[in-house]
Design a binder for this molecule. Structure first.
Ligand SMILES: [Zn+2]
Length: 286
């Protein structure tokens, strides 16, 4: 039989799941050697499915695949890490969903990126460990992701004259992807002031590894500004808003009775499956 040559094994993190037809699921996964791929789990929604438990969102699993024309078929799955700790509360579930959505949004099919795989695992493990610094982890993750995908914000030298930026009010330009000194930025269309403290934190997060970030204490206003800068830059880069960004924002605002009408329509709940019908255009087909 030539069957074996048409099957392969990979580790994978489940980024997204869509119901397909009556019993199947299409999974968007991230893998160490192939980057993003789409797989189908046949019969995964049947209660007796042995595979189903290993294919939860965010799971790190070891999969055996059979090659097929459209989506490779999952024939075997074993959980490597299930991150039960992060599943225990809505904050870490939505943070994990946000991380997975960013990885999905930034990666193309079959675009191998081993450092991104490592970054994804590290982030899920940190959320799972429930240490302090959940939102800082997201900021650090965003900056690392931007670097890995080639969209690093230029935070050290002026984009105009090349002079080293000093600890004064400089100017940020999202479309240019970085910062201008006061001389170059003051009258530049589309440039807006960035406070020295915000620039300092962004630089720090760019330079260090996660253990050095974990215990950083930021003033709330600084943390918000850093978050706003990164979200606006990510949106600029992706040219669209990610639905979980809205979700996180709503979650944070939740205790305050909403005075303003909700922006746009409510996005799909984070961490849940989306229905898809066999005839609707899906991703991953050939
Ligand atoms: Zn300059």
């Amino acid at each position: 039989m030539s069957e074996r040559s048409h099957s392969y094994r990979t580790r994978a993190v489940i980024l997204r799941r869509r119901n397909y037809g009556d019993a199947d699921r299409i999974l968007t996964v991230y893998t160490p050697s192939f980057g993003k791929r789409f797989f189908i789990a046949k019969g995964a929604r049947k209660t007796a499915s042995r595979k189903a438990g290993h294919l939860e969102l965010f799971n790190h699993a070891n999969l055996l695949l059979a090659q097929a024309r459209t989506w490779d078929i999952i024939t075997e799955s074993v959980t490597v890490e299930s991150y039960l700790g992060l599943r225990a509360d809505l904050d870490s579930i939505s943070q994990a969903a946000y991380i997975c959505e960013l990885v999905d949004a930034f990666s193309g099919e079959d675009d191998e990126n081993r450092p991104l795989w490592e970054l994804l695992l590290l982030s899920l493990r940190e959320l799972n460990a429930k240490r302090e610094g959940g939102t800082l982890l997201l900021r650090w993750f965003e900056l690392k992701l931007l670097v890995l995908m080639g969209f690093q914000l230029q935070l050290f030298g002026c984009l105009g004259c090349g002079e080293e930026l000093r600890a004064v009010k400089n100017y940020l330009h999202f479309h240019a992807g970085g910062v201008y000194c006061p001389v170059c930025g003051q009258t530049l269309k589309g440039a807006e002031p960035i406070a020295p403290q915000v620039l300092k934190i962004l630089r720090h997060l760019t330079r260090v590894e996660w253990p050095e970030v974990r215990n950083l204490q930021l003033r709330q206003a600084t943390a918000r500004s850093v978050e706003d800068v990164l979200q606006r830059y990510l949106v600029t880069v992706l040219e669209r808003r990610l639905k979980s960004v809205d979700f996180l924002r709503r979650l944070r605002l939740a205790p305050v009775p909403s005075a303003a009408p909700a922006e746009n329509a409510a996005p799909a709940p984070v961490g849940q499956d989306v229905d898809e019908h066999p005839h609707s255009p899906g991703t991953g087909g050939h």
